[in-house]
Design a protein around this ligand. Structure first.
Ligand SMILES: Cc1cc2nc3c(=O)[nH]c(=O)nc-3n(C[C@H](O)[C@H](O)[C@H](O)COP(=O)(O)OP(=O)(O)OC[C@H]3O[C@@H](n4cnc5c(N)ncnc54)[C@H](O)[C@@H]3O)c2cc1C
Ligand code: FES
Length: 289
């Protein structure tokens, strides 16, 4: 297997200070939070639950994935970024946050992407699903480490990032990856305003047909992930999906996030909580509806 399961640390509750909050694409923002407690624990593919202090609407926290961590002038990891796409109540309120304000966090949560130890990883992202792929790529290429994990570096390792969005205005710049010699970026837009015209799954099919990719990691809309899983299976490439099942508690208590996973049981499947056993699952083990 070109991957190994990730060791993660127990979550903590913390209050974070907003450092910046900038629009990076249409309805898409990058929120920088100073919070060493979480930043030093966070790993690629993990997420946190965020609440706005003093607000009862929305009452429940919302899940967001790690985008990347950042360090102070001395090189100490002191904070991290999340990316958010504005779709409803909380993400709408997040746009109003200004530097110095605070948010309440619970995390890091979830299993994270398995550590990649193979030669060529394909990261496939749709829309805001690109954010967890940034830290994942930087880790796989040995540029950065996250939390307690270290992936054995390999100068031959490559990452192909395949990023699809509705149109050019919905694409964020992938500055972090652009200068990396072993990272290749392929973009697709539905309307052809940037990159390949059509779905990102088409360039993925072409790439996997070359037989050089060891594993596919994917995060994006459900339909896209389903298609990515089919394509990976057709080329016999192992594939992991980061599910964005709506979550109420994030700590395994409410069962609002369950997904059907194949099991050696009488029924052949069982429910798993995406917030605890996921949000990343091997595609061939999922029973996608
Ligand atoms: C593990 C995980 C990681 C995530 N990471 C990110 C991230 O990094 N950035 C980001 O922008 N979003 C991320 N999401 C999705 C994000 O949590 C939701 O977009 C957010 O909860 C919306 O909150 P809201 O109050 O703005 O919308 P609401 O007012 O709660 O909802 C608005 C509309 O969106 C629908 N909706 C809400 N959540 C989802 C969902 N998960 N899937 C499909 N439809 C939904 C609702 O049914 C409703 O119709 C993640 C979700 C999960 C489970
Ligand atoms: S969100 Fe409550 S159990 Fe997963």
């Amino acid at each position: 297997m070109p991957t190994t399961p990730r060791q993660v640390t127990a979550p903590v509750e913390a209050r974070a200070i907003v450092v910046s909050n900038v629009e990076i694409a249409a309805h898409t923002y990058r929120l920088r939070l100073a919070c060493p407690e979480l930043a030093t624990r966070f790993q690629p593919g993990q997420f946190l639950m965020l609440r706005l202090p003093g607000r009862t609407d929305p009452l429940l926290g919302r899940p967001y994935a790690l985008y990347d961590t950042y360090a102070d002038a001395q090189g100490n990891t002191v904070g991290f970024d999340i990316g958010y796409h504005v779709i409803g109540k909380q993400t709408g309120l997040l746009t109003e946050l200004i530097p110095g304000q605070v948010v309440d966090l619970w995390g890091p949560l979830g299993n994270g992407f398995p550590q990649f130890t193979g030669k060529h990883l394909a990261c496939v992202a749709g829309g805001i699903g690109y954010t967890p792929m940034i830290a994942m790529t930087l880790e796989a290429l040995g540029v950065k480490t996250y939390g307690q994990s270290t992936t054995p570096a390999s100068p031959e390792r490559r990452v192909s990032m395949l990023y699809g969005a509705r149109s050019k205005s919905h694409l964020a710049q992938l500055h972090e990856l652009e200068s990396l010699p072993n990272a290749t970026i392929t973009v697709a837009t539905d309307d052809g305003s940037a990159g390949h015209k059509g779905f990102i799954t088409e360039p993925l099919d072409t790439l996997l047909a070359k037989g050089e990719v060891d594993a596919v990691y994917c995060c994006g809309p459900e339909l896209m992930m389903k298609r990515v899983a089919q394509i990976a299976a057709s080329h016999n490439v192992p594939c992991w999906l980061s599910l964005e099942t709506p979550m109420a508690c994030g700590i395994g208590a409410c069962f609002s996030c369950v997904v059907k996973v194949k099991e050696d049981s009488e029924d052949g499947w069982d429910y798993k909580r995406s917030c605890i056993e996921g949000p990343i699952f091997e595609a061939e083990k999922l029973l996608l509806s």
